[in-house]
Every structure is written in C-alpha cells, then in structure tokens.
Write a protein that binds this ligand. Structure first.
Ligand code: COA
Length: 391
C-alpha cells in the first residue's frame, strides 16, 4: 500500500482534459487556451461553453447557448417563498447551497442517471447544466434584497450573466467597464483543475447523485476559509491594516503569532497566481479611472504584497486569486459576505464540466484508509467501566 499523503497532495484522483496548471511557471489554461487570452478576448458564456464542450463555439452555437441561459434566469416562485423563510443573518453560501439543492426537487429527471450508460442522455445533461449555471447568479442577487426585507429584482433576459448579476444586485444597469470587469472575474473563477470543491463534486457525482446535489456538495466545500472563503477576509484584513505605513508591523506580528495572511499562498502555485496578476491589472485600471476611496485600499494591498513576498516568497507563498478580487467586488458595491457566492456562480461552469466529463465514464469513488485504531476488543458491560472516555 502506498504512503498516506495528508491533503492527498500530488495524488492523481482522476484524468481530465478541462484545465491545466503549471504552478512553478504560473500557467493556467482552459482546454489549452491560456487564461490571459480568454480574459482578454472571451466572455463568461463563451468560456463556459469551451469548458463544457471542449471547443470554442461557433457564433450560432454561442447565441443558442446564451439564449438558453437567459431564458432560464427566472427562479421558481416556490424557491423564492422558501428563501423568504431563511434567517436573514444566514451566510449567502449556506443560502446558495440550500437553494441549489432544493432546485433538484423542482427539476426532476434524475431517473436517467440510474445507470452509467443512460447518463449519456445529452439533453438531460445539457438542460440541467444550463439551468444550474443560469440560476446561480439570480439566487445570489435575490438573496441580497430578500435578507434586507425587500422584494428581489427580477432578472432581465436582454442582459449577459455578468450584466444581469450586477443589475439584480444594484437595480441599475452596469456601465460597460464594471460589466466587463465582472465578466472577466467570472472567467477567472470558472475553473481550476481538481481543487477541494471540484473533488467534492466528483465524489458526489460518482454516486450518480443529481447534478443539484453535486453542485450543492461543491458549494458547501467552497465555503470554507481555506478555499473560497478567503476573499471575504481579505477586504476586512486590508481595512484592519488601514494604510500602507502600517503593513510591515502588521505582517510581522501576524507571522510571529503563526497566523495566516489571507489571499496569500496556494497549494499549486509557487509563484504569483496568474489570476491574481490579471485581477491586479484590472484593479490598477479601475483605480486610474475612478480613484477615490479605492486608492488607499489598493496602495495598502500593493504594500502588503511586497512585504509578504519579502517574508514568505522563499516558501513559495505569493498572492492568490482572492487577494485582489475582493477589492473589485467592494467597488461594485457587493457586500463582503457575498464574495464567495460570486466565486460559486462562476465555478458552477467548471464543476459541471467535470461532472459531465466524469459521468461519461463513471466509477464510484471508494478510496482506502490506513487503520490506526484498536485491534478487536472485548465489550465491557456498563457496570464494570471505570473511566469516562476522553471527549
Ligand atoms: N500566510 C502565512 N504563511 C503561509 C501562508 C499564508 N497565507 N500560506 C502558506 N504559508 C506558509 C505555511 O505556514 C508553511 O510554512 P512552514 O513551512 O514554515 O510551516 C508554508 O507556507 C507552506 O504552506 P502550507 O500550509 O503547507 O500550504 P498548503 O498548500 O497546505 O496550503 C493554503 C495552501 C491556500 C491553504 C494556504 O496557503 C493558506 O492557508 N492561505 C490562506 C488562505 C487563502 O488565501 N486561501 C485561498 C486559496 S485560493
């Protein structure tokens, strides 16, 4: 038996043709296309089709897909009613996980998943995929209004996923710069090989659970602060530091206390995460165009990057995707606890691409363990037990 590797670091758990990372060189590509190229030329809709189907779509195929997505933005009345009863203090990721899982009850058809062969029912797979990707952003934006006691804003089927997301959040049609920045953020977060949440999706999917259960498992996994939950903490951290002059002392104190600097470090990248590089450029552009309150937070972030790279660069710890995304979302007026939910909106594309790839050649996951417990023991009757077990 091979050695146990904590966190399964470096253990291949699947074969996939969807995305590729070279962590030493800082390269990420989707279906062979470098992320920088997609961030410059593509849209979230086109990138999603690329991830799902493996090829860049023709104009007609993209139009068809966009139309299908837009006509699926509306959320069923019963789901809205259910969401009204959620506690308003509930975390958006918990709301999203519950709502997505509940969607499965309203969109049946899982009988075609009862054996691996019938999973090749292309229509079912495509319809469920479109439905989930289309409804993620409206659910997240609706919750923002509902938790404040207001009616949600209805989606608009003349808007792209990014535009409609911002529209449903703010009630205003976004300007072209903000809409493009959101679109690029969605592209950057859409896929990232076999991370914890994608692995969770694959494990759930391998049992032929419904795609709604699969995505709900992935959302729960993404919610943790060591995975998607870090971006929400970065803005709080920058606010706590306050200004660039405070950065050095703040970092040294954190490191002396063995605390984590949020938005820094990555299991795969030993250089700056390529997504952080693209986001850094987007923030720079926004600061040049808008300035204002963003200036100080950005200056603090840049100083923090410089000091962290100085102190932690030798361990391969550099800014990750979460370091700059929060600054952008804050400027869009999105509350910090919604940042991870936005991450999930985008990542639904990657999760579903992996689900689709796997069910076409499925085998249930059943890893093994190294047992380190007792040998077989005698059962001791209650009256003869001397010590209470350690809790
Ligand atoms: N702040 C301070 N030190 C960090 C660090 C961070 N953000 N990330 C890694 N390190 C240090 C570790 O303490 C360790 O130091 P040591 O060798 O002296 O013990 C070394 O760098 C290697 O880190 P390790 O914890 O083994 O990396 P990992 O691959 O297990 O963990 C993360 C990766 C992402 C979980 C980790 O970097 C982290 O917690 N980052 C902050 C959370 C975050 O931003 N997550 C979003 C990821 S996209």
């Amino acid at each position: 038996m091979s050695d146990f590797l904590p966190g399964l670091e470096g253990v291949p758990a699947t074969k996939s043709a969807i995305s590729f990372i070279d962590g030493e060189k800082g390269i990420l590509s989707y279906r062979g296309y470098p992320l920088e190229t997609l961030a410059t030329n593509s849209t979230f809709e086109e990138t999603t089709l690329l991830l799902l189907d493996g090829e860049l779509p023709t104009k007609a195929a993209l139009n068809r897909f966009s139309k299908q997505l837009r006509s699926s933005y509306r959320i069923k009345y019963h789901i809205r009613e259910m969401m009204r009863h959620f506690p308003h203090t509930g975390h958006p990721m918990d709301m999203l996980q519950t709502a997505v899982c509940s969607l499965g009850m309203f969109y049946p058809g899982t009988e075609c998943l009862t054996d691996a062969d019938s999973c090749k029912d292309i229509d079912y797979v495509r319809n469920m995929t479109v439905n989930i990707i289309a409804q993620m952003a409206p659910l997240v934006a609706m919750w923002e209004h509902m938790r404040q006691g207001y009616d949600p804003i209805n989606p608009r089927d003349d808007l792209s996923v990014a535009e409609n997301l911002l529209y449903m959040f703010t009630g205003k049609e976004p300007d072209s710069l903000m809409a493009r920045i959101m679109d690029v953020c969605l592209i950057l977060h859409a896929e990232h090989t076999l991370n914890a949440s994608t692995f969770a999706a694959l494990v759930a999917g391998s049992t032929l659970a419904s795609p709604y259960s699969v995505i709900s498992a992935a959302i729960g996994t993404l919610s943790g602060p060591l995975h998607g939950g870090a971006n929400q903490r970065v803005v709080g951290m920058l606010q706590e530091i306050g200004s660039p002059e405070n950065v050095e002392a703040w970092v040294d104190k954190k490191l002396a206390n063995k605390e984590v600097i949020w938005g820094m470090g990555h299991r795969e990248y030993k250089v700056k995460d390529p997504r952080a590089t693209i986001l850094h450029k987007l923030v720079t552009k926004l600061v040049e165009e808008r300035g204002g309150s963003l200036d100080k937070m950005f200056a603090t972030a840049m100083k923090l990057e410089e000091v962290c790279v100085d102190r932690l660069g030798h361990k391969g710890v550099y800014p990750n995707v979460d370091f700059y995304s929060g600054i952008l979302y804050s400027e869009m007026g999105i509350p910090e606890d919604q940042f991870t939910a936005l991450f999930a909106v985008a990542r639904s594309a990657g999760w579903l691409a992996h689900w689709r790839e796997q069910i076409s050649n499925n085998r249930i996951y059943r890893p093994t363990q190294i047992y380190v417990g007792h040998e077989q023991r005698e059962y001791i009757p209650m009256s003869e037990r001397k010590k209470a077990p350690k809790q």
